[in-house]
Design a protein around this ligand. Structure first.
Ligand code: G6P
Length: 606
C-alpha cells in the first residue's frame, strides 16, 4: 500500500502543499518518497529512499517551483526500496511523470513489448510501464487524457495513478481501479490523493472516484470519464466533517477496524502474487526432505493452517513450529536437506531470525513469506514472497493473517499441481473458491458485524473463554483465542475439540462460555459430539457454523451462520467474526484496540 497525492493551483507553487499532504500519507508506507512538479515546461523530480523528512532534509522539497505536481510515498512491492525504484516514474524523454498505488499483474508482458519498441527502463517497478505506455500513445498523436485512457485500458491489476506531462502543463490526469482515489475541491485549486487525510487541511469538499473512473483535473474543474466506455459522467461531491485523525483512519474510529475492513482488498492483492515467485517457493518446498514452518504469534497460527493445506491439497507433510522453540526442539537434527519456511509479517521478529540464523549455520534452506520488503527476512531468505497487504498499524494482526493464509493456499495449490497429487477438477474447484474469497469476506464482515457487536456486550464480562475446533478449524480456534485474549485481556483457552475431553473439560461449569468453530466439513459430526459433551456439563454454546446447518443452530445457545466455502479456506472466513468480536470487546471494556498493553507490533528481543 503506497500513498499518492497531487495538487494543481491557478497561481503560485504547490511544493509546500504536496510535502504536507505526503506527510499525512506516510502511515500508508514509508520506504521511499518523491515529488515531481512542472516548471518552465520542464519536469522537476526529487526522490530518494528513506522517510519523507529524511529525504526533505537532504533534497529540500520546498524549493521546487511549479503550480502543479504529484507525489508518492512508497511501500515497496515490485523492486527493493531504492532511489531508482522510488516514484514518480518517467518516460524515456522525461516529459511524463507518474505516481501509482497498486499492483499491476501484466507489467512484465507490457514491459517486454515496450522494451522491444526501444523504451529504456530505469527501475524494477511495475509502475514504470505506465509512463512508457502513455509516451507511446502521445507519440501517435493522442492528447494526455486520451493517452492515459488508452494506457489504463491495457493494465490488469489494481491502480490509482496520477500523471503530469510537460506538453499539457495545465492538468493532472488520474485514474483508478480498486485502489482508492479522492479529489479535493477548492477555489482555483484541486487536490488528488489516496485518502482524505492528505487533503482535509485544504478542503472538506471531495469527490470519491469510483472503480474504473478517469479524471482530468484543472485548477477550475474536474471532468470524469468511465474508463471502459469513454463516456463522461457526473459524480456528486460531498462535504466531509472529518477530523484529521478520522481521515487517517479513512473515517474508521480505529486502525484495527479499518484493517479488518480492508481484508477483501488485501486478499485480492495477495491473489495477484506473481506466478514466478509462487513457482520458486514451490520448487524449494517440493525439494526438502523435511519442511518446518517457523513463526511467532499470529504468523505461527497461519503456519498451522498452512500445514493442513499442504497436507490435504499437496500431500506434503510440514511441521509448524513456534520460532522460540525451534532450536531446542529440532536444531540438532536439521541439515542440508531441511527447508525452513519462515512466516513473519514484519520480517524482523527476533525469535524467527534467531531460528533462521541457526538453521543457516546448519546449511538448511531458508524461504520466507513477509509483508515488508527490505526486512531482514527478505535479505536472508533464498527466496521469499511479499504478501502485499500494506502497512498494518494495529498491533494485533488481522489483514496480514488472512493475506498470509491466501498466499499459503496459492502455494498449496501450486504444489499440488506440481506433484500431480489431485485431480484437475479438484484444482479447478479450489481455484474458483479462491477467486470467490474477497467477495465472501466482504459479505462476512457485513453479516457478522451487528450480531457480534451485540454479543460483545455479554462477552466483555466473561472471566474466561474456551475456543474449540477440529481439523483446520483448530488453527482458527487458536487465532480466535489470540485475538480475543490479547485485545480484551480475558484469559482464553483454545484446544482441538477432540482433545478437550482429555483435561480441559474439567474447567466447565454451569454457564461457562464455549465457542465452537464448526464449518460443514469432515469434522462436523465429531464436533457435534463435542458440543453435546460440553452442553451436558452446563457450558453455554456459542457456535460459528454453516448458514444452512439447522442441527448445529438448534444445539447452540448463540449461532452465527456463515457462507459455505472450501474447508481449507474456512479459516479465512471464520476468523473474521472473531477479529470483530475482539475489537468490539475492547470497545465495551473501554480499552485501546490499536495498542494493547505490554505488546509490540514487532518484537525484536528474544
Ligand atoms: C508480535 C505481535 C503479533 C505478531 C508476532 C509475530 O508478538 O504483537 O501480532 O503476530 O509478533 O510477528 P511477525 O511480524 O513475525 O509476524
Amino acid at each position: 500500500m503506497c500513498g499518492i497525492t497531487g495538487c494543481i493551483v491557478r497561481e503560485g507553487d504547490v511544493a509546500n502543499i504536496l510535502y504536507n499532504s505526503l506527510k499525512r500519507l506516510e502511515y500508508r508506507g514509508y520506504d521511499s518518497a518523491g515529488i515531481s512538479t512542472i516548471y518552465d515546461n520542464k519536469l522537476i523530480v526529487k526522490k530518494d529512499v528513506g522517510k519523507i523528512d529524511e529525504i526533505h532534509s537532504k533534497l529540500n522539497f520546498l524549493d521546487m517551483r511549479g503550480n502543479l505536481g504529484i507525489a508518492h510515498t512508497r511501500w515497496a512491492t515490485h523492486g527493493a526500496p531504492s532511489k531508482v525504484n522510488a516514484h514518480p516514474h518517467l518516460d524515456c524523454e522525461e516529459k511524463i511523470a507518474v505516481v501509482h498505488n497498486g499492483v499491476l499483474e501484466n507489467f512484465l508482458e507490457l514491459r517486454q513489448e515496450l522494451e522491444a519498441r526501444k523504451h529504456i527502463f530505469r527501475s524494477k517497478t511495475d509502475t514504470e510501464v505506465i509512463a512508457h505506455l502513455i509516451e507511446e500513445y502521445l507519440k501517435i498523436g493522442k492528447n494526455l487524457s486520451e493517452a492515459v485512457l488508452e494506457s489504463v485500458r491495457k493494465l490488469r491489476g489494481s491502480f490509482a495513478i496520477a500523471v503530469i506531462y510537460t506538453g499539457e502543463p495545465d492538468k493532472i490526469v488520474v485514474a483508478r481501479n480498486e485502489s482508492p482515489l479522492v479529489i479535493g475541491l477548492a477555489k482555483d485549486m484541486k487536490l488528488i490523493a489516496s485518502d482524505v487525510a492528505a487533503l482535509i487541511e485544504y478542503t472538506k469538499e471531495v469527490i470519491f472516484l469510483q472503480n474504473r473512473d478517469l479524471s482530468i483535473v484543472t485548477p477550475e474543474k474536474v471532468e470524469i470519464i468511465q474508463i471502459d466506455t469513454g463516456i463522461k459522467i457526473d459524480r456528486k461531491s460531498m462535504e466531509l466533517n472529518w477530523t484529521l485523525d478520522m481521515a487517517t483512519k479513512s473515517g474508521f474510529p480505529h486502525f484495527l477496524l479499518k484493517e479488518i475492513y480492508e481484508q477483501p482488498h488485501t486478499i485480492r492483492e495477495a491473489l495477484r502474487i506473481q506466478e514466478k515467485y509462487l513457482d520458486l517457493l514451490t520448487e524449494f518446498l517440493d525439494r526438502g526432505r523435511e519442511i518446518f514452518l517457523v513463526a511467532s504469534g499470529t504468523s505461527h497460527n497461519a503456519c498451522i493452517v498452512g500445514s493442513y493445506m499442504f497436507s490435504k491439497l499437496a500431500r506434503l507433510t510440514t511441521y509448524p513450529v513456534i520460532a522460540s522453540e525451534f532450536i531446542e526442539n529440532y536444531g540438532s537434527s536439521i541439515g542440508i536437506d531441511t527447508v525452513i519456511f519462515a512466516l513473519s509479517q514484519s520480517g524482523e521478529t527476533a525469535d524467527v531470525l534467531t531460528a533462521l540464523d541457526y538453521a543457516r549455520y546448519r546449511a538448511a534452506t531458508i524461504i520466507g513469506l513477509t509483508n515488508v520488503l527490505g526486512s531482514t527476512l527478505t535479505r536472508i531468505a533464498r527466496a521469499y514472497i511479499l504478501q502485499n497487504a500494506g502497512p498494518e498499524i494495529g498491533v494485533a494482526a488481522t489483514k496480514t493473517f488472512t493475506s498470509q493464509l491466501t498466499v499459503l493456499a496459492l502455494l498449496a495449490l501450486r504444489l499440488a499441481r506440481k506433484r500431480g497429487k489431485i485431480s484437475q477438477n479438484e484444482m479447478d474447484e479450489f481455484q474458483d473458491e479462491l477467486r470467490r474469497l474477497p467477495n465472501l469476506v466482504e459479505n462476512v464482515i457485513k453479516l457478522s458485524e451487528k450480531p457480534i457487536a451485540e454479543l460483545s456486550k455479554e462477552a466483555a464480562r466473561f472471566s474466561s473463554i474456551f475456543f474449540l475446533g477440529r481439523g483446520i478449524s483448530y488453527a482458527t480456534a487458536l487465532e480466535a483465542r489470540l485475538k480475543v485474549m490479547e485485545l480484551s485481556y480475558i484469559p482464553c483457552i483454545a484446544y482441538p475439540a477432540g482433545e478437550s475431553k482429555h483435561g480441559p473439560i474439567s474447567v466447565i461449569e454451569e454457564g461457562y462460555p464455549v465457542f465452537f468453530i464448526a464449518p460443514n466439513d469432515n469434522t462436523r459430526k465429531h464436533v457435534i459430539g463435542n458440543v453435546m459433551e460440553m452442553k451436558a456439563r452446563g457450558a453455554k454454546i456459542y457456535c460459528l457454523g454453516d448458514e444452512g446447518d439447522r442441527e448445529l443452530r438448534e444445539l447452540s445457545d448463540w449461532y452465527l451462520g456463515l457462507p459455505s466455502v472450501h474447508e481449507l479456506l474456512s479459516p479465512i472466513i471464520y476468523v473474521i467474526p472473531f477479529q470483530l468480536l475482539a475489537y468490539y470487546m475492547t470497545i465495551e471494556k473501554g480499552l485501546d484496540p490499536d495498542k494493547p498493553r505490554n505488546l509490540a507490533k514487532s518484537v525484536t528481543v528474544l
